[in-house]
Design a protein around this ligand. Structure first.
Ligand SMILES: N[C@@H](CCC(=O)N[C@@H](CS)C(=O)NCC(=O)O)C(=O)O
Length: 211
């Protein structure tokens, strides 16, 4: 891909949706221009590309806009899937993550914002984590021995849940999930997608991702 033909990725380093997109873009070696967004000061170019202005947004050289993280993952892996992540997909699990687990996560992590009772939501989030732990008791990753799309779509959200109260999380009787999470947190792939870009402004020199 030449520079001018590279997609543009609007991203936010700590956003779990943007993380899952970056994981797939990185593993598929999809070279992009990375535009780090401050959610409190969204660039006009992001809003022009996608009116809902969530991250991630990927703008392809032909102007196509992909503004759902799971679609960015699937697009990147359809282009190039060196680890066969698409063979280890689980749409029902990903939907449960994105709906009920994310709902519980937000209300556990941000009780003031949601006027929620955090411990009740921590308990419902835990139900999902127990399911993951049971699966991970029989295989090292969610769909078999190797990491795949299901793992990488879910892991950034489990990371966020675990980080709300790490001491409590470490005491949970979920050894398989804890092993799985630790493996992803210490992977070279995760380190590679967690670089610290400065927020993008119109006219900045490009920051290359997956280069
Ligand atoms: N369904 C979207 C959700 C993306 C999303 O909600 N991202 C959050 C950041 S983690 C966001 O951009 N929120 C907009 C805002 O805070 O204004 C996806 O999967 O890409």
């Amino acid at each position: 891909m030449t520079n001018s033909a590279a997609p543009v990725l609007y991203s936010f380093r700590r956003c779990p949706y943007a993380m899952r997109a970056r994981l797939a873009l990185m593993v598929s070696e999809t070279r992009c221009q990375l535009r780090e967004v401050k959610l409190s000061e969204k660039p006009a170019a992001l809003i022009a590309a996608s009116a809902k202005a969530t991250v991630p947004v990927l703008v392809l050289p032909d102007g196509t806009v992909i503004d759902e993280s799971i679609d960015v993952m699937r697009w990147a892996l359809a282009r190039n899937d060196p680890e066969n992540w698409l063979n280890r997909d689980d749409p029902a699990l990903i939907a449960a993550n994105d709906r009920s687990f994310k709902h519980a996560l937000d209300r556990y992590k941000y009780p003031d914002r949601h006027r929620s009772k955090p411990l009740e939501h921590r308990e419902s989030g835990l139900e999902f984590l127990r399911e993951l732990d049971a699966r991970l008791a029989t295989a090292s990753q969610l769909c078999g021995a190797d990491r795949g799309l299901a793992d990488m779509a879910v892991f950034p959200f489990v990371r966020q849940f675990a980080a709300v109260d790490r001491e409590w999380f470490n005491t949970l009787p979920l050894p398989h999930l804890q092993r799985w999470l630790a493996g992803h947190l210490t992977s070279d792939l995760f380190a590679a997608i967690m670089m610290r870009p400065k927020p993008w402004a119109e006219g900045d020199a490009p920051i290359w991702f997956a280069d």
